[in-house]
Ligand binder design. Structure first.
Ligand SMILES: [Zn+2]
Length: 296
């Protein structure tokens, strides 16, 4: 384990946060690191520097895959997404008392695979996390999580050069400060996003949808709209407070605030929110039917 990863794990174990997201490219192995952290939370005899004892009851039960205070949620092999029922099924676990450890852990692997309903259901638990419960989510695509879910998680970004679990290399350096959390398939350059906003500012309702889907995959529409609404929200906030948050798109929001006037932004926001809500409510409906229904 690198020194940097050790520092990160210590930070997490000693922190007060109850819900966290570990994100990183697949080769930085967020799942393995998350499993280590889960075991460290549950281990009864943590050694110096938060090393696992690998001998206590908790460690043994974990290696036998039968720890009663540990639950893993992941996509079933025959599905393309993590279903709402999987989150509902975890409710009893989430609100019960730990059986043998001081803490219970819910580990959600590849959380970007949670469907939108499942994310909404999870959000309720994230908003009022029960005592003695830790949520650990992993992903390589944090932008696929809804902004409301992201806002409830402490986000740790793994750097494949520094946060290595399976080697003893010592690396100096700090946590990766990667601000590129945008949905790459939607917009991957700030300049491009600015152009999108300038074009959007003059459009209304169904025109916005048509503009956003004209040459893109329909499935990403909701992702795009969610991020769009988050960026607009932040731009509007900057208009009123003149302060920048520490979200990945703070600078961009500032630029948008300087380029597009407030009433156009508020108008755009008002147009987009009901569309997001309707899309989320009608997730299973035929797509064209959904969008044709919006006629302001
Ligand atoms: Zn142990």
């Amino acid at each position: 384990m690198t020194e940097e990863l050790r520092k990160l794990i210590n930070l997490i174990l000693e922190g007060k946060t109850s819900s966290m997201l570990l994100s990183g490219k697949p080769f930085s192995k967020p799942e393995k690191i998350a499993l280590y952290i889960a075991q460290a939370f549950l281990c009864d005899e943590l050694k110096i520097n938060n090393s696992l004892c690998d001998e206590c009851q908790s460690c043994n039960l974990l290696s036998a895959n039968s720890h009663p205070d540990f639950k893993v949620i992941e996509r079933s092999k025959d599905r393309t997404q993590i279903q709402i029922q999987q989150i509902r099924d975890a409710t009893n676990f989430i609100y019960s008392t730990p059986l043998i450890s001081g803490t219970k852990i819910v580990l959600i692997l590849n959380a970007d695979e949670l469907n939108f309903f499942a994310q909404d259901t999870l959000l309720k638990s994230l908003e009022e996390p029960p005592k003695n419960l830790k949520f650990i989510l992993t992903t390589s695509k944090p932008y696929k999580l809804k902004p409301t879910v992201l806002s409830r998680l402490t986000h740790y970004k793994l750097n494949p050069d520094k946060h290595v679990l399976s080697s003893d290399l010592n690396n100096d350096g700090s946590l990766e400060n990667n601000t590129n959390d945008f949905p790459e398939e939607c917009w991957n350059q700030d300049g491009k996003i600015m152009k999108v906003f300038e074009d959007l500012a003059s459009l209304k309702g169904i025109e916005i949808i048509n503009f956003l889907i004209k040459d893109k995959d329909k499935d990403t529409l909701l992702v795009k709209l969610n991020w769009l609404s988050k960026i607009i929200e932040e731009s509007i906030l900057i208009h009123f407070t003149e302060t920048l948050s520490d979200t990945p798109f703070a600078q961009l929001s500032k630029e948008i605030k300087n380029t597009i006037d407030l009433s156009a932004l508020i108008n755009l926001y008002d147009q987009i929110l009901p569309v997001i809500n309707s899309l989320q409510l009608n997730e299973n409906l035929n797509y064209d039917f959904q969008t044709n229904g919006f006629n302001y």
